[in-house]
Design a protein around this ligand. Structure first.
Ligand code: NAP
Length: 314
């Protein structure tokens, strides 16, 4: 079969022949229809992700660990957890039986690869309890997940949406009520956050420097009855770590939660159904670039998403 094969840590996957997977007992071969290339896949392949050691111990290997495909009986499923060295960037992959779930009818397989990012945006509701009329700040709003989050915030009835990014032309494309460009000095950024606030909910795909400066902007200089701001940690595009001064929690009204807060099989199922309904009705739109597997090398090396997800279709 044809596959995108990674030969060395930090390398670029090459389009080439790879032996077809042979299923062991309890495994199923899947014909891959679509797989999204995300930053996390590149980080794993670059050896900079905490999961890198597991995946890169079996080189040569096929990257990307979930996707959409068909079972031998023709059912279209979302799958995960392929048996290494097999991954989703190939014509076929192999997964443990049951490591998949059906994709509802009427959903394009390429779009289905991106639906997880919209489900993450729904943590505004599940983790932060967003109420209609509240103000939402999306950190990293020019990215794929951030642009979906803006749409989701609108659909959930947010009263005001503030969006951050590093590029004025991209920020201007967004359906936001105010924007903050984070590519400015620390002092200017702190002032910009303060000017565009207050925020009820922050969906944070950035972490690192911008969020540290946001915390400064949310911390009053002297004692005050701080309005609550619920920050949901969902990504780390700007940094994996954050210094949280004691005062940022003691006096500010800031609450920090992980995206998995309040997540249960039921709440996850409800979020999934909601995203399926919005997708089917066209209320939620996904920006994707469909790329043939043979073009994997150039697609892999793209440095800016400009809000569009690369979806590889064998
Ligand atoms: N928890 C989940 O289920 C989930 C789901 C989806 C995504 N994520 C995570 O969320 C993050 C964003 O994912 P994505 O797919 O939306 O990525 P993306 O399309 O590459 O967007 C990244 C965003 O972060 C900004 N950014 C990147 N580096 C930055 C830096 N050094 N300083 C300030 N801003 C920076 C980008 O700004 P520019 O537009 O200027 O480049 C853009 O707004 C990733 O950490 C991803 O793993 C998590």
């Amino acid at each position: 079969m044809k596959a995108a094969v990674l030969h060395e840590v930090g390398g670029v996957p090459r389009y080439e022949e790879f032996p077809d997977p042979v299923p062991a007992d309890g495994e199923v071969v899947i014909d891959v229809l679509a797989a999204a290339v995300e930053n996390v896949d590149k980080a794993v392949a670059a050896g900079t992700h905490y999961a890198s050691a597991k995946y890169l111990g079996v080189l040569p290997m096929i990257p990307v660990f979930d996707g959409i495909g068909t079972l031998p009986d023709g059912t279209v499923v979302g799958f995960g957890n392929p048996r290494l060295p097999y991954g989703a960037l190939a014509e076929k992959t192999v997964v443990p039986a049951g490591s998949y779930a059906p994709i509802p009818e009427g959903i394009d397989p390429a779009i289905a690869t991106v639906m997880a990012s919209a489900i993450t945006a729904l943590t505004m509701k599940t983790a932060a309890g967003l109420q209609p009329g509240e103000t939402v700040l999306v950190q990293g709003a020019t990215g794929v997940a951030g642009r979906l989050a803006i749409q989701v915030a609108r659909l959930l009835g947010a009263g005001r949406i503030v969006a951050t990014g590093r590029d004025d032309s991209q920020l201007a494309e967004l359906d936001a009520d105010a924007v903050v460009n984070t590519a400015v000095s620390d002092e200017e950024l702190q002032q910009a956050y303060a000017d565009a606030g207050g925020y009820d909910v922050v969906l944070d795909f950035l972490w690192g420097r911008p969020t540290e400066i946001l915390l400064r902007a949310l911390t009053p200089d002297e004692f005050a009855f701080g309005a609550p701001t619920r920050i949901i940690q969902t990504g780390e595009s700007a940094g994996a770590d954050l210094v949280v001064p004691a005062s940022a929690l003691r006096t500010s009204g800031v609450e920090i939660f992980g995206a998995a807060r309040n997540l249960t099989p039921e709440s996850m199922g409800e979020s999934y159904q909601q995203v399926v309904e919005w997708t089917r009705s066209g209320a939620l739109t996904f920006q994707i670039d469909r790329v043939p597997l043979s073009d994997i090398a150039s697609a892999w090396q793209r440095t800016s998403s400009r809000g569009r997800r690369v979806v590889v279709q064998p």
